[in-house]
Ligand binder design. Sequence first.
Ligand code: GTB
Length: 217
Amino acid sequence: MIPTITVFERSPDGGRGLARDTRVRWALEETGQAYAVRCVSFRAMKQPAHLALHPFGQIPTFEEGDLALFESGAIVLHLAHRHPGLLPDDPDARARAIAWMFAALNTVEPPILEREQTPYAVGDRPWCAELLSILDDRVRARLSQLSAHLGRSEWLDGAFSAGDLMMVSVLLRLKSLALLDEFSNLGSYVARGEDRPAYRRAFAAQLLANTQKQPPV
Ligand code: GTB
């Protein structure tokens, strides 16, 4: 049975791959799984049918047979457990790869999101520039630690894993800011992720979905 994921009917980023279905598409591509897509409007996301799948009324969701999942991290982890390609066989290395997934979502993504969303939330306040500079420093601190860990390695812990998939997905959100440029090894790390054939397929699929003409309603 082919799983179905939900995605924005039209992502606000116009197909830059920043919505969280891209990381799920990427995991599906890395593990060689065909998948179907159901587009959901902002309105439909808050309706009972979608809330039954996602209690917070968001995308992405994942359905396969009797299983319905929400949270991109949980979906990627599920795929990584079920199919080879995203987690090492060695139990300790596997646990470390999962730790990197959590680090991406719990430690690195929050300051990036706060930095990203602040201009929308309080961009008109006189103190916004000062706050942005504080938030930049918070992101910088995390990037500096991550950069020190990565050093000259290709990936975070040996071979590419779900930990890298999630970390690259999170760092991609910084592309519009100059912060990533301050850490050349992280820039190369993100570029390596983007260069993977599975990422390219995932990106192309979401771009097509977000740029093709919508049928009249
Ligand atoms: N923790 C959840 C997960 O990882 O799955 C977060 C899910 C989430 O934030 N979903 C967003 C959503 O459904 C889309 S991805 N938002 C609609 C709503 O809450 O009503 C976040 C996102 C949205 C848009 C852009 N963009 O345009 O650049 C980037 C990321």
